[in-house]
Ligand binder design. Structure first.
Ligand code: SF4
Ligand code: SF4
Ligand code: FES
Length: 284
């Protein structure tokens, strides 16, 4: 089915852009209004580039350019994720004409809400990647020599795995999840890099792991080589911050830009962890 694009009734001369800024980690946030000339078919990254080139607010005050992250510019790397007009999404694929047609006469840009702000629209998504290591979201290999062909993957498994493999670790699902609370720690006086990292990891490892890591665990548990670590993944998902922390609100699935069936992965995890727990109980 072809989605009908909402059409702009009238092209404006200028676009107002309200940006939530923050000068550094732990600093107070503040709002700033910018204005750029309207151009057709701009995306939000284009808007930010024009704001950076102007480096002044709508009332002419000189300011430092707004900071943001991006990489691929084609909704593959996930690094440009931010909250745009109240919805978490990728700024490279968010089209201004569509946003203006859907909404009002201005764009509102905010950093993601569940990760510490580095500066302006840049956030530190370290926890998201830590959560992938918690569930060993990889296929284990013993070395880099040629080990020959891997096991064949059945068509049924390919069909189940392919949608999950499209995850780009953007974090939209985590930002929308009511069970995934923000963790932001400050370095203590005299604390070494190693001690600070260890304290952060300890916090991350007991908080809710979130739907993206749960879904990746299901992807690798259904892979012929990846499944050799299946028990380790299920151990992590039955431990603190595991599947039992999911409240099944289903916000995650509704914001995923790749339309990954996260609630199906959560249901599969629920069944797999129940079987695993019973199996372990009988092995005692
Ligand atoms: S279903 Fe679970 S993971 Fe998804 S938003 Fe709800 S609580 Fe979060
Ligand atoms: S599951 Fe979807 S929303 Fe969540 S990190 Fe992956 S691509 Fe982003
Ligand atoms: S820049 Fe990579 S997803 Fe937007």
């Amino acid at each position: 089915m072809i989605a009908l694009e909402p059409k702009l009734k009238k092209r404006p001369e200028f676009i107002k852009v309200r940006v939530r800024r923050q000068d550094g980690p732990g600093k107070d946030a503040y709002w700033e209004l910018h204005q750029i000339k309207y151009e057709p078919e701009l995306n939000v990254i284009g808007v930010l580039q024009r704001i950076a080139a102007q480096a002044k607010t709508s009332d002419g005050k000189k300011v430092a350019p707004v900071a943001w992250d991006c990489g691929c510019l084609e909704e593959v790397c996930g690094s440009c994720t931010m909250v745009i007009n109240g919805r978490v999404r990728q700024s490279c694929s968010a089209l201004v004409d569509r946003l203006l047609a859907e909404n009002s006469d201005e764009l509102v840009l905010e950093p993601m809400s569940k990760f510490p702000v580095v500066r302006d629209l840049q956030v530190d998504r370290e926890r998201l990647f830590r959560n992938l290591t918690r569930v060993k979201a990889w296929v284990p290999v013993d070395s880099y020599y040629n080990m020959g062909a891997g096991e064949r993957v059945s068509r049924e498994d390919q069909e189940q795995n392919y949608p999950l493999s499209q995850c780009m670790s953007c974090g939209c699902c985590l930002d929308a999840c009511p069970q995934f609370a923000k963790i932001e720690l400050e370095r203590q006086e005299g604390e070494s890099d190693e001690a600070f990292q260890a304290r952060k990891d300890a916090e991350f490892d007991t908080a809710f792991v979130g739907p993206h890591a749960i879904s990746q665990a299901m992807l690798f548990n259904n892979h012929p080589t990846g499944k050799s670590l299946a028990d380790d993944r299920l151990d992590a998902l039955t431990g603190p911050g595991g599947i039992q922390s999911c409240g099944n609100a289903q916000n995650c699935v509704s914001v995923c830009p790749k339309e990954i069936p996260l609630t199906t992965s959560i249901a599969r995890t629920g069944r797999a962890t129940t079987v695993y727990t019973i199996k372990k109980w009988f092995q005692k």
